[in-house]
Design a protein around this ligand. Structure first.
Ligand code: NDP
Ligand code: MG
Length: 392
């Protein structure tokens, strides 16, 4: 059997760390051959010392000398690289078979698309790239024969229920479960005063700051609706959301005959990553057994889209199609970053997204250029609304 060589993009993040944990459990079958981060040179060098990849890439080009020095000081043979272009070249090159796409935000688009175009096995965590350019991504993967294994836990659950096949007419409905985030049951008066520290303290999942805020606003579930639409080819009427605070049932697929299949597991992303790394085999992930008797109850309730409008906005963007999801995603990235910096309030995140969607009309999205243009316009629009205090 050949050694699976894995490129881990976003290695220093939450998903990246979980991926390296699973890879290290299977030293005879797989190894990390490329590690990439954005700006954190020290963490990247430390990971290189542990996992001995052939290549390390830092996103911020001015940090290349620091990366080179760090690798040399540690006596490592790993080759240093910098910048988005170098990353996409390495991803597309023959130094890796599998790509874990776990960069956060639209910054992950180029490298994720490069993996799809090069026909790699693509373990896709970077949901923003699918929201932004889902059709192009799926088309590129089909053309190049790339296998996409969704890593987002809900989509990974659906992938498992469908045995990796597409959702045909036999699938009546797909239901994404949502934890409801840290503010489930809160009203808008309380939400107005929420701090970044409260928003990133997720009750069930330990994740990076951006997706944690997305979970708190329910935008995460909105992005996931769009993600599911692309991955499984279902129209929005056949995609549902159900709040399930225990986060043990990761999603459900209902078939024409009335059967519903679900995937259950502890809220630990190593399960989804092991599905992707081992597929179609089952391999060890380090995640412990699920003791349902100890949990006792599984609860379900409909989402509160009046209090958390981001989910409604995402569904509207999915229905509008074209460039609307790109606008939604870009405005949200700007808004979340401003919220984390303490520049706007929690409720302003949804307000900024709604404002950008209203101001920038959806256009057909046939090209990467059109999508990039919509993304840039939405970023400018939202940044301007924040800078002028129009939405604070
Ligand atoms: P983190 O914030 O924990 O990690 C982000 C990673 O991306 C870091 O390694 C960061 O490097 C790197 N990065 C950021 N910008 C760039 C860039 N321009 N070039 C190269 N690398 C970059 O995020 P998460 O791991 O939580 O999430 C990653 C993705 O996975 C997101 O799209 C998220 O929605 C998705 N996801 C995450 C889940 C989770 O449980 N965490 C669950 C489902 C999906 P540095 O450290 O140097 O900044
Ligand atoms: Mg998810």
């Amino acid at each position: 059997l050949l050694m699976q060589r894995v490129a881990v993009l976003g290695a220093t993040g939450s998903i990246g760390g979980s991926a390296l944990d699973v890879i290290a459990r299977h030293p005879d079958d797989m190894r990390a051959s490329v590690l990439a981060a954005g700006s954190n040179v020290d963490a990247l060098v430390e990971q290189c010392a542990r996992h001995r990849p052939d290549h390390a890439v830092i996103g911020e080009a001015p940090r290349l000398p620091a990366l080179r020095d760090g690798l040399r000081a540690a006596g490592l043979p790993t080759l240093p690289h910098a910048g988005a272009r170098a990353l996409s070249d390495l991803v597309a090159g023959d130094g890796c078979d599998t790509v874990v796409a776990a960069i956060v935000g639209a910054a992950g688009l180029d490298s994720t698309l490069a993996a799809a175009r090069a026909g790699k096995r693509l373990l896709l965590a970077n949901k923003e790239s699918l929201v932004l350019a889902g059709e192009l991504m799926l088309q590129a993967a089909r053309d190049a024969g790339a296998t996409i294994v969704p890593i987002d836990s809900e989509h990974n659950a659906i992938f498992q229920c469908l045995h990796g096949r597409e959702a045909g007419p036999e699938v009546r409905r797909i239901t994404l479960t949502a934890s409801g985030g840290p503010f489930r049951g809160w009203d808008r008066d309380r939400l107005a005063a929420v701090t970044p520290a409260q928003a990133v303290a997720h009750p069930k999942w330990s994740m990076g700051p951006k997706i944690s805020v997305d979970s708190a606003t329910l935008m995460n579930k909105g992005l996931e609706l769009i993600e599911a639409h692309h991955l499984f080819g279902l129209a929005d009427e056949r995609l549902d959301v159900l709040v399930h605070p225990q986060s043990l049932v990761h999603s459900l697929v209902e078939f024409a005959d009335g059967s519903t299949l679900a995937q259950l597991g502890l809220p630990d992303m190593r399960t989804a990553l092991a599905v992707g790394l081992g597929w179609p085999r089952r391999i060890a992930s380090g995640v412990g057994p699920l003791d349902l008797a100890a949990h006792g109850r599984l609860e379900f309730e409909p989402p509160d889209t009046a209090t958390f409008p981001c989910l409604r906005l995402a569904r509207e963007a999915l229905r509008s199609g074209g460039t609307a999801p790109a606008v939604l995603n870009a405005a949200n990235e700007v808004a979340v970053s401003a919220f984390l910096q303490g520049r706007i309030g929690f409720l302003s995140i949804a307000a900024l997204v709604e404002d950008a969607l209203a101001a920038i009309a959806a256009e057909p999205a046939q090209s990467l250029e059109a999508l990039g243009d919509a993304d840039a316009r939405a970023r400018r629009h939202a940044s301007h609304a924040i800078a002028t205090g129009a939405i604070a």
